[in-house]
Design a protein around this ligand. Structure first.
Ligand code: PLP
Length: 465
């Protein structure tokens, strides 16, 4: 069974359920498996042609270990992905001779966050029921995580969900997907600030041990290991569909918090043969600059047509730094302290060269994004969203002999204004969301102020003992 350790050196080793319920380690670090479970080529081969849920069970089982009985795990996986509108769950679409879109947006909120969130809600509710506990989940969103969390957790008896989004910086579709839930366990807070402010507020709550204990705090941002784990699955299904494990694919991933592309790295660490992993950023290109120079240096967040990637603090990058530094938690602590104090840190040349062997990076500016939405439509009849367009644009600079898989992270209908401006076509919402703009909204606007936000949560959470 896999045990998990913190990137910041805390000596405690935890099992899957504890790691999932805690979210962030007590020392502020992120959890990673102590040892990577691996599979042989023959084992991967045995999954070729199998349903998504079977592959999911196979990939997830070694992490979960004996914390969940096999049959129960399978039942939760089946239930989670029954909410998807496509039988393949994450189908591939061919774009060009050797380019493929991996469509991750067939879940209830039509963006890729559903893939992990639908499952983690079931896993958490079960764990809390078994323990006779309640939990308060606080989550920061740049737009899509919030809606996916609301949709996934609104039926959870034992959880109160608080979603922090940056006021007026999410699309109207994104906002309404969070704020129109009638569930009494869902609270939406619009913070007067940007996404990094929201994420910093959540991190500050996790670092406040008194508050953390009082409200039984948990998190479902991609700092939560269970999210990453669920996202490993579609790298496996797509690779196997395109000839793996005997052939390898390259992957281009539209990146913000480095969660999705870290899941690609995990698939690779688990023994799945893989070609290049390409980090695609929008004009918020901190990761691209960091990989090129070794200098991680925050700029101001600029608002783009791909708001879910408008990020300067890329949380999961810490997991990669931990890996690439040879799991040197002293070095991680130094870098993270420097980030907190001065908004920057240096990656030493040895660690950087390890990272550069594992990842390439590219940026698409707003003009390239619009052009790519247009050319995708004219070249292959495929309407894509701006996040997908960032990846498709960057992928063009990194094509080789392997099939190139471009992760398509949102349905274009989630970002109708940008899509219409680039292509002239107004993408329609799927029927289950067609009344979204008629539903009543419910949210509160708060200052970017920790005391105010924590008081709001304490007043409303039912986990207070
Ligand atoms: C969250 C999100 C991303 C970025 O994923 P990370 O795991 O944060 O790197 C890209 N596209 C869309 C549509 C998203 O919602």
């Amino acid at each position: 069974m896999t045990l998990f350790i913190s990137t910041r050196g805390d000596k405690e080793k935890l099992n899957f359920e504890d790691v999932m319920l805690k979210g962030l380690a007590a020392d502020g670090g992120l959890y990673v498996p102590e040892v990577w479970p691996t599979f042989t080529k023959d084992e991967w081969r045995s999954l070729v042609g199998k349903p998504y849920v079977d592959v999911a069970e196979f990939v997830i089982a070694p992490f979960v270990g004996d914390t969940i009985p096999k049959a129960e795990l399978k039942a939760m996986i089946v239930e989670a992905y029954a909410s998807f509108s496509h039988k393949a769950v994450t189908p591939l679409t061919q774009l060009d001779n050797n380019q493929w879109l991996l469509e991750l947006y067939h879940g209830p909120t039509i963006a890729f966050k559903d893939v992990a969130m639908q499952l983690i809600a079931k896993l958490m509710d079960r764990a809390l029921t078994n323990r006779g506990q309640r939990s308060t989940i606080v989550c920061a969103t740049s737009g899509d995580t919030g809606g996916a969390a609301v949709e996934a957790f609104m039926a959870c008896e034992r959880i109160d969900l608080f979603v922090l989004h940056p006021d007026e910086r999410v699309s109207p579709v994104q906002r309404r997907q969070m704020t129109t839930s009638a569930s009494s366990n869902v609270y939406n807070i619009a913070i007067k600030g940007n996404f990094d402010d929201c994420q910093n507020q959540v991190k500050a709550m996790f670092n406040d041990n008194a508050f953390r204990g009082e409200v039984a705090l948990s998190g479902v941002n991609s700092i939560n290991w269970a999210r990453i784990m669920a996202q490993v699955v579609y790298y496996v299904t797509s690779s196997l569909a395109l000839g793996g494990p005997d052939k390898i694919c390259d992957y281009t991933v539209p990146t913000g918090n480095f969660g999705d592309i870290f899941a690609a790295y995990v698939a690779h660490k688990m023994g799945l043969p893989m070609g290049k992993r390409i980090v695609a950023t929008n004009e918020n290109d901190i990761l691209k600059r960091a990989l090129a120079t070794g200098h991680y240096d925050m700029n101001k967040v600029v608002a783009t047509t791909s708001p879910s990637m408008d990020i300067q603090i890329s949380s999961n990058f810490e997991r990669l730094l931990f890996e690439a530094s040879g799991r040197d938690s002293d070095q991680i602590n130094q870098m993270m302290n420097s980030l907190k104090q001065s908004g920057q840190f240096e990656i030493d040349s040895k660690t950087l060269s390890v990272i550069n062997q594992q990842f390439e990076a590219g940026t698409a500016d707003e003009n390239a994004v619009a052009q790519t939405m247009k050319s995708s439509l004219s070249d292959s009849g495929k309407l894509i969203d701006p996040h997908t367009a960032v990846a498709l644009s960057v992928a063009q600079q990194h094509l080789g002999d392997n099939p190139m898989v471009i992760l398509s992270t949102a349905n274009p209908a989630k970002f109708p204004d940008a899509v219409k401006a680039a292509t002239g076509i107004h993408p329609e919402l799927p029927s289950h969301l067609s009344d979204l703009f008629d539903r009543a909204e419910k949210y509160d606007i708060l200052d970017n102020d920790a005391t105010q936000i924590m008081q709001y949560i304490k007043t409303n959470s039912r986990a207070i003992r």
